[in-house]
Structure formats: C-alpha cells, structure tokens
Design a protein around this ligand. Structure first.
Ligand code: PA5
Length: 374
C-alpha cells in the first residue's frame, strides 16, 4: 500500500465531481483498464512475446513519448532476465542514434515492435523504415513481415493500413486511452513480457490499486495544487535508486504533457540521488525557493535508507516542502500500484488546474515547423 506523509485540505465535493468527469471522459479508459483487460488480447500478447523470445536475440522497440517511456521505465527498474534484449529506437531524429541501434543489432536475429497510436509520428516512422529494410535484407519479405509487431490504432492511420496490407501481427492502442496513460495496455505489456517482466503481477498490482489508491492519489493532487497556488511552480521528483531514472522520465512526460497548457501547471523535473546531490543538490538545498521535492521512497537497503532520511531533513531545513511517497514493494506488484497511483493523481491534478489531462495541443507546434522545413 502506498503511504504518504502529507494531509492537505481536500474539497471532497469537487474531488467527487472530478473523478466522475474522468470516468465519463472519452479518454478515461485507463481508469478501469487493469480490471477489465481483454483476456483474449492478453493471451495473444503473451504468445507473441514467447515467439519473439524463441526466435530473436533482440527486440527493437520503436516509439516515442507515451509509446515508449512507460515500458522502458519498468524494464530498466526491474532489470528482469530474458535471453531477448530490448533495444529502443525512434525516440529522436538523431542519425547517430539510429546508426548505433542498427549496429547493435548487427547480424543478430531480431524482431521489431513498432508502437504508434497515430501511426504518423515522424521519429518512429523513420526508424521503422530503416529496421524494416534491415529485416527484409536479412529474412526476405515474408519472414520479415512475420517478425514485425505493430501496436497502433484499431482502425486508422498509416501504420494501421500498412500492417493490415502486409499482414503484421497487430495489437491495439485502445481508442479511449492516450499515449502517456497506455503503459498497461498492449503498448507496454508486449515489450515488458518479452523483457521478462511478470506482466500478470504488474496488472494485478494495478488492479488492486484501482480502489486502494484513490485517497492518497487525490490527496497528492490537492497537495500539488495547493503548493502551486502558493507560487511553488516546480516539482522535483527525487528517487534514490539509479535504475528508476526512466520512471522519473515517464513521470515528467505524464505530468508535463497532461498539465502544461493554458499557462497552467507545475514544471516537473527529476533527480536521482545520491548522484544528483553532487549536481542539483546545491540548488535544491539553497537556490531559489520556488520548488518542492517529491521523494519516491522505494524500499531500499539500510545505508540508502539513511540517505533518504538525511536528505529529507536537510531539504526541509533548507526551506522547501518535501513530500514523501512510500512505495510498497520494489517488484511488479509495487510498480503496478505506483503507475496507477500517478496516472490517477495526474489526471485529478490537471483537472484542478482546469486543463484537459488527455490532450497535448502544444506538441503540434514543433511538428508544424518541422513539416515546413522538411
Ligand atoms: O502521450 C501522448 O499522447 C504522446 O506522448 C504520444 O505518446 C507521442 O506523441 C507518440 O504518439 P504516437 O503514439 O501517436 O506516435
């Protein structure tokens, strides 16, 4: 069970209204997903994962933003065992990075999971083109198609159309779930299963959270909101386990894209201690007082636990609010619960700021400029 060390003033009526609005939102499908995951689809995903493990040394996961950060966060945090290693591509437009990924796969056997809800995002489209070419050169058209797994929209988009025409194995990003809320759908479940994550336990942890975390999650949302109203405009997510760096990245995207609109929201930044005590630590202790710290307190070893305490005392002494979110267990159950806790907190928090948690109109601006240049 997630524990929190704060108790903000909560407007229960408003909270109930917000929870109702999220449940009725056409993009609120993630709210009950862990409890009503389509079991037929779940079995198909696990079968595909087994096939990939049997025939590939590498699975290249192609996607950006919500189409990759969630599963990378869990795979890196849990570091499970699997003979098939995961490689990420299509999350930047750097030719250097793409060449590096192609070189890493080299002559090894590999499969590709291309993940894009819209099916039109440039970064994954370019990487997919390159890896598809490599697959065809190595295995020929037919076997290459059998090694491509497309996770995309149910009925539209360039990737959908290509997957249908070429006969790729397809998995669906549900219509009512947006990218950054999709880690517990096929988007995350397939790569995590290939990487050796116990996806049954992950979903079980999330399913149990559906009722259990409503209170702490809504309190956390209200706490954020009340701090923001007192001119704290930056939230520092702090963890003490280096392997959770990508979980922090997932959090930044979740909150940043959900909340940062109409000149509202809190700027999410992240640190991993004790490494960053020797970089951003100085600023957090003693710099401009516009930030608060949210410690994600994973169960850890004795010495590391002492640092958590020391940092908390020192930073409170430095005059910044420190929130502590105690994670119940460092395993699939614990992360399932944690994912759901943050998704719910984030949606409620965005609603408190009066913005839509499920769109990202600002992301279009750079895309339009890039289109002009290309
Ligand atoms: O959260 C979101 O909706 C975004 O971060 C998307 O996941 C990201 O832009 C990638 O979009 P797509 O899956 O359509 O390629």
């Amino acid at each position: 069970m997630i524990t929190i060390n704060f108790d903000p003033k909560v407007d229960e009526v408003k909270t109930a209204e917000i929870l109702k609005a999220i449940a009725h939102d056409k993009m609120g499908g993630w709210l009950t997903l862990p409890k009503r995951f389509d079991m037929g689809e779940f079995v198909r995903i696990k079968e595909a994962a087994k096939k990939i493990q049997e025939e590939s040394e590498y699975l290249v996961c192609i996607g950006i933003g919500g189409s990759y950060l969630g599963h990378r966060a869990i795979i890196e945090a849990l570091h499970p065992h699997s003979e098939t290693k995961i490689i990420y591509a299509g999350n930047s437009l750097s030719r250097r990075e793409l060449d590096r990924a192609l070189k890493k796969v080299g002559d090894h056997d590999f499969s590709v999971n291309v993940i894009s809800k819209s099916g039109t995002t440039l970064e994954p489209a370019i990487a997919f083109g390159e890896f598809k070419k490599k697959l065809i050169e190595k295995y020929g058209e037919e076997e290459a198609a059998g090694r491509i797994y497309a996770t995309t929209d149910r009925k539209q988009g360039a990737l959908h159309d290509e997957a249908v025409a070429a006969g790729y194995t397809m998995f669906v990003v549900p219509d009512n779930i947006g990218g950054r809320y999709s880690v517990l759908s096929a988007v995350g479940i397939l790569p995590m299963a290939v990487a050796g994550v116990n996806v049954d336990k992950l979903l079980e942890g999330a399913a149990e959270a559906v009722e259990k975390v409503v209170e702490p999650a809504t309190k956390y949302a209200w706490m954020r909101y009340s701090l923001a109203k007192k001119n704290y405009d930056t939230e520092v997510f702090a963890s003490f386990e280096p392997a959770t760096m990508y979980f922090n990245e997932w959090l930044k995207q979740l909150f940043g894209e959900s909340e940062g609109k109409n000149k509202q929201g809190v700027l999410p930044v992240s640190v991993v201690y004790s490494t960053d005590l020797h970089s951003l630590g100085q600023f957090i202790q003693d710099g401009r007082r516009n930030l608060w710290e949210t410690i994600i307190d994973y169960p850890t070893d004795e010495i590391n636990a002492k640092v958590v305490k020391a940092v908390q005392v020192a930073h409170i002494g430095g005059g910044i609010p420190v929130l502590n979110i105690g994670v119940s267990s460092y395993d699939e159950m614990g992360f399932g619960e944690l994912i759901y806790f943050f998704e719910l907190s984030c949606a409620v928090s965005a609603k408190l700021f009066g913005v839509n948690p499920f769109d990202q109109p600002g992301v279009e601006a750079y895309k339009n400029e890039l289109k002009k240049l290309l």
